[in-house]
Design a protein around this ligand. Structure first.
Ligand code: GDG
Length: 735
């Protein structure tokens, strides 16, 4: 296995200049802690911005040397790039967009250009350090384009990507002028991870709608490879929080920190006093004004809690140069002032407000002392604070009130869940939390602790890496079955050495691309030329086997020198002969089925019905991609009941549902044909589910080739009709 290269906007260490000395401080963030075991253990490298702009070449060298000791490599950014790429495109365009704050989005071409440039710089730094077959793990919204830049320049690398913030719904992402570039950028990865299934779902829907790629379960099918999507809810270093919280609790009063002593004093002699805690960066996504309004409403509704409860609000300064953050700061200042002015007493403040960051130890003291954690983001990728609070409640004496808009809400079902925009509901939740009995508190907390402890940050990182390895195995399996130069030459050799040959070819999706209107998909000159010359090769029979109606097939190929099998094997036409019906039946059944299909056409704009002798087909290629898929499911369900006990069957093709007389399929037709026309070289190519009948019926020695990467009984596969044409061209030239 190759090494691991981690890339994130910031390195896990920060360099600061103190007078003339450079100081390295390790980052306490969850990401750095979680990846440490991989980072240190695997001779790996971490690439990112070191948090400083060197003023000279010498300083640059010093920074490089210092971070190198931590197995890190710096990407140096200028002030202008930081302002355009980081403050600009990352935080003024993508951050509001991905958190549904569309009114804050800034669309500036210069931001985008800087973002592109920095993403290229990161990719170049990765490439300069990557050996063959290394694994690369790229993190977060600042580096969305890196996977595809890497893929183009270094296809050998195995690339994973994890997004730490939400991925918005298609309706939101579509407003971005560079939406296609962003999604293509991500699709350079082998594996893309999200915190929750909703984010993964939104991403897959955007891929389908914006780029038109097929998505099958959790795989995105690109032209010549697949991208896997999965969910990895990020955890925390549980044991670290648990251990520190236990140590802090066992300290004597004198040994305790200043913050802790202040908390003790606040609670002293007032056994029914309670503390509510909130911790977040001062960001408009965190719902801080809404939280304050809910607390004010609570105090109005429950004056009995005056002097009995305080909200400690730790807000960490963030992106202070940006106007929206300054406005938010002013709004919060005013709200805190109003609440304290309205409800405060000489020796009691309802809101204890900190606008700064605190040392890690103080954080744990706050967590372990707080009776309630009130975390109410309007939108949050995960929210690690919720998990940290849970891990620090070693005596299980705490209640979590959590916004349903945080990714963490998906795992923490025992928390009191609120819609942060609903002030009254949040106020009620505060009351519920403060009045919850000990038994209920302990029970909920214990359940959540067990879960968070099991899926901690180490597990998260190792699960991601395991999934990346697994996708690599699957890509290898994919390449083993792909018709390679070696497989092509072995089939060609067999073809030239044999005495009599039959080639079965499906039409739509195999020899020709799909068109919105199926009648527009007629053969072009290149295709006629190819098929004509193949059919002219001595002792070679070309058989076109399609679901198409015989009238169309007759128009396109009636005069040609090949055998035609139409309507999934219902009709057969040998060279120079007329059409023969394989199994005559009446068509009364259509009267019952047609009205049902018509109701689906009415309810699914863009869909249409095609009538064939033996079947009725509902096409939904032109319908809305998701509505079409949903209606197709419904239709199959309805039809299964309707055709019960009749000699009919349902076939699901590519964007078509076909109801047809049973017992007739491409396989039985091909087998019948082979009985009259024995051959020592048999090859079949098809892209659809209906071609599986064909592959199954042919003798074991046949060369069966699926067009597309879905599961198939065929031995090999080609990606698309273009590759089929190229291959057939090589075959005709070989003879
Ligand atoms: C992004 C996504 C996702 C906070 N104040 C202090 C301090 N902290 C630490 C906390 C926690 C971290 O900062 C905050 O993490 P969150 O997850 O709550 O939020 P974001 O910073 O917005 O992170 C988020 C996360 O990425 C991971 O994928 O969960 O949704 O937005 O670890 O403890 N640490 C110290 N002093 C403080 O004053 N030492």
């Amino acid at each position: 296995m190759g090494r691991l290269i981690i890339a994130s906007n910031r390195l896990p260490v920060k360099i600061e200049k103190n007078e003339n000395e450079m100081i390295v401080t390790p980052s306490a963030g969850g990401l750095a802690t979680g990846l440490k075991s991989y980072h240190k253990g695997n001779d790996s490298v971490w690439i990112g911005w070191p948090g400083i702009i060197p003023e000279s070449e010498e300083e640059e060298k010093t920074v490089t040397t210092l971070v190198k000791e931590e197995q890190c490599l710096p990407v140096f950014l200028t002030e202008e790039l930081i302002s355009m790429y980081y403050d600009g495109f990352s935080n003024a365009t993508l951050w509001p967009l991905f958190h549904y704050f569309t009114e804050y989005i800034e669309y500036r071409r210069r931001y985008w250009e800087a973002y592109l440039k920095v993403n290229e710089m990161f990719a170049d730094a990765i490439i300069a350090n990557a050996k063959e077959n290394d694994r690369v793990w790229v993190h977060d919204y600042q580096l969305l384009l890196v996977p595809n830049i890497l893929r183009k320049k270094r296809p050998d690398l195995k690339i994973g990507f994890f997004l730490h913030i939400p991925f918005p719904s298609y309706e939101i992402i579509r407003v971005l002028p560079w939406r296609e570039e962003i999604i293509e950028g991500l699709l350079g990865a082998d594996l893309i991870g999200f915190h929750t299934y909703d984010y993964a779902r939104h991403f897959m829907s955007s891929v389908k709608r914006l780029l038109g790629y097929d998505v099958d379960f959790n795989q995105i099918k690109l032209e010549n490879r697949q991208v896997f999507i999965d969910v990895f809810p990020m955890g925390i270093d549980y044991k670290k929080f648990e251990k520190l919280a236990t140590e802090i609790q066992s300290k004597s009063i004198q040994e305790r920190s200043r913050v802790h002593q202040d908390i003790d004093r606040f609670l002293m002699g007032m056994p029914d006093r309670q503390l509510i805690l909130s911790i977040d960066r001062l960001d408009y996504t965190k719902g801080i004004p809404e939280r304050l309004k809910a607390f004010r409403h609570f105090l109005k509704e429950h004056p009995e809690y005056i002097e009995k409860v305080s909200l400690i609000m730790l807000t960490v300064p963030s992106r202070t140069d940006v106007e929206q953050y300054q406005n938010l700061k002013n709004e919060v200042d005013v709200l805190v002032g109003n609440i304290n002015g309205e409800f405060g007493r000489l020796n009691w403040a309802p809101v204890i407000y900190f606008y700064r960051s605190m040392p890690f130890e103080n954080l744990i003291e706050l967590y372990s002392s707080a009776d309630v954690a009130l975390l109410t983001p309007l939108r949050d990728g995960m929210n690690l604070v919720a998990k940290e609070y849970i891990a620090s409640k070693v005596k299980q004496r705490g209640v979590l009130v959590l916004s349903e808009m945080a990714g963490a809400a998906k795992e923490l079902g025992e928390a009191i869940s609120v819609n942060p925009n609903n002030i009254v509901q949040t106020a009620d939740a505060i009351y519920k939390a403060l009045t919850m009995n000990d038994e209920d508190r302990t029970k909920a907390m214990r359940t959540m602790q067990r879960r968070i402890k099991r899926y901690d940050i180490y597990k998260w990182a190792s699960e991601f890496m395991k999934a990346l390895e697994h996708t690599i195995d699957r890509q290898m399996d994919y390449h083993a079955r792909k018709v390679s130069t070696r497989i092509k030459s072995s089939i060609t050799k067999d073809f030239t050495n044999s005495k009599s040959r039959i080639i079965f070819l499906d039409y739509d999706g195999t020899l020709q691309r799909f068109f919105d209107n199926p009648q527009a998909a007629g053969p072009d000159e290149e295709l006629y030329d190819l098929l004509n010359s193949l059919s002219k090769i001595e002792n070679t029979k070309l058989v076109l086997v399609s679901g198409r109606d015989r009238e169309t097939f007759d128009r396109w190929f009636g005069s040609k020198n090949y055998t035609l099998i139409a309507e999934h094997g219902a009709w057969l036409k040998n060279t120079g002969e007329g059409w023969k019906e394989r199994k005559p039946v009446n068509s009364e059944w259509k009267e019952n089925i047609m009205p049902v299909l018509e109701s689906y056409v009415d309810r699914t704009p863009g869909s249409l019905i095609e009538e064939k002798t033996y079947s009725l087909v509902w096409h939904y290629r032109k319908a809305d991609i998701e509505l079409g898929a949903l209606r197709a499911l419904e239709l199959v369900h309805d039809m299964s009941n309707l055709i019960f006990n009749q000699d009919l069957e349902i076939m699901e093709g590519k964007k078509v549902i076909e109801v047809k007389v049973s017992g007739i399929n491409k396989g039985t037709a091909a087998a019948e044909f082979l009985m009259d026309n024995p051959a020592d070289f048999i090859m079949a190519l098809g892209d659809d589910w209906t071609d599986e009948f064909l592959f199954k019926e042919l003798p074991e020695s046949s060369h069966t080739i699926k067009v597309g990467t879905e599961n198939s009984v065929a031995k090999y596969f080609l990606n698309n009709y273009k590759e089929v044409r190229e291959f057939l061209d090589e075959l005709r030239k070989a003879k």
